[in-house]
Every structure is written in structure tokens, then in C-alpha cells.
Design a protein around this ligand. Sequence first.
Ligand code: CP3
Length: 344
Amino acid sequence: MTKSSNKIFLKALQGEVLEQPPLWMMRQAGRYLDEYRKVREQAGSFLKLCYNPELACEVTLQPIRRFGFDASILFADILVVPDALGQNVRFETGEGPRLNPITNLEELKQLDLSKVDEKFNSIAETVKLIKAGLPKDTALIGFCGSPWTVATYIVGGQGTVNQAPARSVAYSDPEFFQALMDILVEASIDYLSRQVEAGAEALQLFDSWAGSLPVDQFECWIIEPTVRIVDALRAKYPHIPIIGFPRGAGPLYSRYIEAVNVQGVSVDETIDPKWARDHLQSKVTVQGNVDSLALMAGGDALKRQVDMVFEAWSEGPFIFNLGHGIQQFTPLDHVEQFIKLVRR
Ligand code: CP3
């Protein structure tokens, strides 16, 4: 028996059909928790929190202590990668991320793969601390953003409507955009490898803006770079399961799991769980997909969504989660209700 065999999150990712499905929530460490807001204040800024191993470990463990989720997720951000590569990244309170946009080959010279050591190592240190502090049944997930989603922030300089700046430049200057993707593929492999070496037991690739691309662009900017990352990691760490999250991909979820060698796929709330059962769960473990706004509403709305997931997915391997991250103003008793409904 391997050491991981008592962790139901990892069992589900190995394809086991369990009596009790594992549960965790995307963005489970964050501003809906008082104890997070305190530590965030103490750290001074969001990025300082990400690069402070003791404090980042503390906020990772907070939701585990409070709710006993079956998996923890490293506390960091997808924008750590451009930051470590040398782009200036800031998080301004109440406004989300701000970056000095990189939009052509000349500006791309700012990104330097040899600069990443200090920042990536600090994140790896956090992983080690979390691993040492976790209960024995709780798994540890490492993550990064997928190149497409990270590129939407690098090019747009912030969250953008329909990801128009990145989509436009990918058409008008494919040479630049491909060079940017190549750097992000390399950086992501390096970053995730360090997380695995430090103790991450599974990895998730967040492609939050996968939903904005037509099929030919989905193929070059989502499938192709993601395959390169997953194949490189699979070759180095065959035992580490990987979850893909091409949020908003609709029917292209099928194409994604056909092309990318993932063990799990995280399904957003717009996907019918029955469709996911028929098209995805026969090939990989499915994760999701309760609407984070149903969680915020609580009560019957939440119960209906949990029932839908149980009804559709109970015959195969699955992991309970939200369709996207938890909302900041979610009442804690609704999280408690969610846990009770799942662990019935
Ligand atoms: O899930 C977790 O608990 C782990 C930590 C985590 C964060 N961000 C912490 C965070 C993870 C996995 C992410 C991923 C992330 N970051 C994504 C992909 C998932 C998704 O939500 O779509 C994206 C697109 C980002 C980029 C990002 N980071 C944005 C757009 C913002 C601002 C929006 C917001 O909610 O404020 C962030 C900030 C951020 N990342 C916060 C946290 C807890 C809030 C910052 C704060 O404390 O002030």
C-alpha cells in the first residue's frame, strides 16, 4: 500500500469509485474567511503573502482546520509566473491585478526564464511547510495557470472583457504570441516541477478563460501548450495526477480530454453533469460543478445542485467542488451546509 492510499482525493483521481466522494473548493483560502483577512493585512500586500512561506502556509491550512476538506491547495496565484519572469505585477485593493502590458517581441525581452529561482523557490518552500502541517488524510494540490489564461493578463495588463487584447494580438502577431506561449510553457513546467519536488501530490492547471476562443484558436493556444506541459510532467513524474480546468469550454471539454493526458477534469457550472458523465467521466475523474452563486444563496438552490451532481456522477469517479472559485461574500453557514449535504 502506498502512503497516499488513505487520501480519498487521490483515490478518486486514480479512478476509484468511492462511497464518499472527496470535497474541496476552488479558492477555499481567501477573503470569505476572517482569519484570512487578518493574515493578509499582516502580510501588507497580496504578493507579499504569496512569497512569505510561513504566512502562505498558514492561510492554506485555515480552511482545512475550519472545514476539514479532503484536499488543500497551495496558496499562491497564477500571476506569480509573469511576476517571477520579470513583468511588473501589482494587486491593487478592490481592483484586481495590474501588469505593465507586454504586446510585442521587443517588450517580450523583459521576460527572462533565468530570473525565476528566488520566487519559485519561495513557493516551493511554502509547499514543504504545508506538507509538514497537513492532517494525514488531506492531499496537497499544486497549481499554475495555463499559458493562454496567464497570457490574457500579460498582454491585457489586467482582467479584460472577452480577453480581446490577447485574442487580437494572437491573430495579428502570431510570431509574438507563439514566443510568449513558449516561455510560459517552459516556466510552467519548471514551476510545477519544483512544486512536485517539494511535496505536491496532484496538480491543477487553471485555464479560466478557455471559453473565449474559437475552435482553431482553442487548438493552438489551449490544447497545444497544455499538451506540452502535461507530457513533460508526466515523463518526469508518472505518478502525479493532473487535473485540467478549461473553464467555459462547453463541448470542447471533450476535445480537451481526448488530447490532453489528464487524470481529472474540473467542470464549470454551465456544463450539465449528465453530459459530463456521458462524455467525460467514462475517460477521466470529473470534478465540480456546483455554482458558486448557489453556494452563496444556500438553502434549496444549493441542495438541488448537490443532488444533481450526486445523481449524475455517483456511478463513476468524481470529486465534489464548485464550478469556479468561492465568492468573497459567501456566508460560512452555507459552506457548512454544503459539507453536510456532500457528506450525507
Ligand atoms: O484556491 C485557492 O485557495 C488557492 C489560491 C489561488 C488564488 N488565486 C488566490 C487569490 C488560486 C488557485 C488562484 C488562481 C487564480 N488567480 C486564477 C484562476 C482561477 C480563477 O479564479 O479563475 C486567476 C484568473 C487568478 C488571477 C487573480 N488573482 C485575479 C483576477 C485576482 C483578483 C480577483 C479577486 O478575487 O480579487 C486575484 C487575487 C487573488 N488570488 C486573491 C486570492 C485569495 C484575492 C486577493 C486578496 O486577498 O486581496
